[in-house]
Write a protein that binds this ligand. Structure first.
Ligand SMILES: C[S@@+](CC[C@H](N)C(=O)[O-])C[C@H]1O[C@@H](n2cnc3c(N)ncnc32)[C@H](O)[C@@H]1O
Length: 294
C-alpha cells in the first residue's frame, strides 16, 4: 500500500507499514527497546523527563507542533511519540528496528508507524516538522543523514529539529571509542553483557561513583575505568530508575553498530555548505533547528 507522504510501496504487518523487513544495522535497538520499552516513557513512570527533553529539543516551545504534520525519525520505544501526537495533527513515526512494533503510542489514532531506513523513504507530500533525536550518530554516514532530513520538509515554512552526539574533547581517542566499544563488540555478546549488567549494576555504579570522587568528580576519568552510564546528579531519578537507565544506556552506547559523533562546528559547516538555514543551535547539547529556502 501507499500513503500520502511517500512514493514508496509498503507492506503491512501488525498495523505497521513495512519497507525494511530486516532490522539491518540496528538489531541491538530492536532487542533493547523490546525489553526496556517503558524505562524512559513518562506515562509509565509518573515523570516528565521525556516531555521536558522534547521541549528543550524544540527550543522551548511544544506548541509549534499544534496542528502540524510531524515526521519523527528513529522513534525507538516512543518516549517522544506519546507527546508529539498530543499536539500534532498527525505523527508519522519511522524506525528501522523492530522497536516500531513496541512504540508506546501505537494505539493513538493520529500516529502512523513505519518500519524503514529513513534514507530509503522517497518523499511526496512534505511535512511541517521533522524531529530526529538520538539517531544520527547511529547511521553509517551522519552527514548524508543530516542532509536527507531536509528532503522531507516544505521549503520556507518547514522546520527540522535534530541532535547528534557531540564529539568528545579528545575525539575518537575517548576510551568509549578506542577501547570499550571495540572490546565489547568483539568479545562479549549483547545478551551476555545485558545479563552481567542486570546482575552487577549496583556494584558497578558504586565502584564508578567511588572512582569519580577520587578523580575530583571527573566524568571522563570515571568513564575511562567503568564504561557504565550514570545519571546520578544529572537527571532526577530514584535508585531503581538510575540502575535501569544505566543498563539501557550502557547497552545503547556499547552495542550500536555505528557511533559517529560530530562537533557543533562540523554540523554547522555542513549545513552552511549545503544551503540549509540554521535557525537556532544549542552548542552544549548539540541541538539544531533548521529550514530550507524555496
Ligand atoms: C538511541 S535510539 C533513540 C530513540 C528515540 N529517538 C529516543 O530518543 O528514545 C536510536 C533509534 O534510531 C533508530 N535508527 C537508527 N538508524 C536508523 C535509520 N537509518 N532509519 C530509521 N531508524 C533508525 C534505531 O533503530 C533506534 O531505535
Amino acid at each position: 500500500m501507499k500513503i500520502d507522504f511517500f512514493n514508496n510501496e509498503f507492506d503491512i504487518s501488525q498495523e505497521v507499514l513495512i519497507l525494511d523487513k530486516s532490522d539491518g544495522h540496528v538489531s541491538n535497538f530492536g532487542k533493547q527497546w523490546e525489553e526496556y520499552v517503558d524505562v524512559q516513557v513518562d506515562s509509565k513512570n509518573n515523570f516528565d523527563i521525556s516531555k521536558e527533553y522534547l521541549e528543550d529539543l524544540l527550543f522551548g516551545n511544544l506548541d509549534i507542533l499544534k496542528g502540524k504534520n510531524v515526521l519523527e525519525v528513529g522513534s525507538g520505544a516512543g518516549r517522544f511519540t506519546e507527546h508529539i501526537c498530543k499536539y500534532a495533527d498527525r505523527c508519522v513515526s519511522v524506525d528501522l528496528s523492530s522497536a516500531i512494533f513496541h512504540n508506546v503510542a501505537a494505539s493513538e489514532k493520529n500516529v502512523t508507524r513505519i518500519k524503514a531506513d529513513f534514507l530509503k523513504l522517497d518523499p511526496k507530500e512534505k511535512f511541517d516538522v521533522v524531529i530526529c533525536r538520538g539517531v544520527l550518530q547511529h547511521t553509517p554516514d551522519p552527514k548524508k543523514s543530516i542532509l536527507k532530513l531536509h528532503d522531507f520538509i516544505s521549503p520556507d515554512v518547514g522546520r527540522v529539529y535534530f541532535d547528534i552526539y557531540p564529539m568528545p574533547k579528545v575525539g575518537k581517542l575517548h576510551p568509549k571509542y578506542c577501547f570499550w566499544r571495540p572490546l565489547f563488540k568483539t568479545f562479549i555478546s549483547y545478551e551476555s553483557c545485558n545479563d552481567f549488567l542486570k546482575r552487577h549494576i549496583k556494584s558497578l555504579l558504586k565502584i564508578k561513583r567511588t572512582i569519580k570522587k577520587m578523580m575530583f568528580g571527573s566524568d571522563f576519568l570515571s568513564d575511562s575505568f567503568i564504561p557504565v552510564w550514570d545519571y546520578k546528579g544529572k537527571i532526577d531519578l530514584d535508585n531503581d530508575q538510575l540502575e535501569i537507565w544505566a543498563i539501557l544506556d550502557t547497552l545503547d552506547g556499547l552495542y550500536a553498530q555505528f557511533d559517529y559523533p560530530m562537533s557543533n562546528k562540523s554540523v554547522t559547516s555542513l549545513i552552511n555548505q549545503n544551503g540549509i538555514d540554521l535557525q537556532q543551535t544549542d552548542k552544549t547539547r548539540n541541538f539544531f533547528k533548521t529550514s530550507v529556502s524555496a
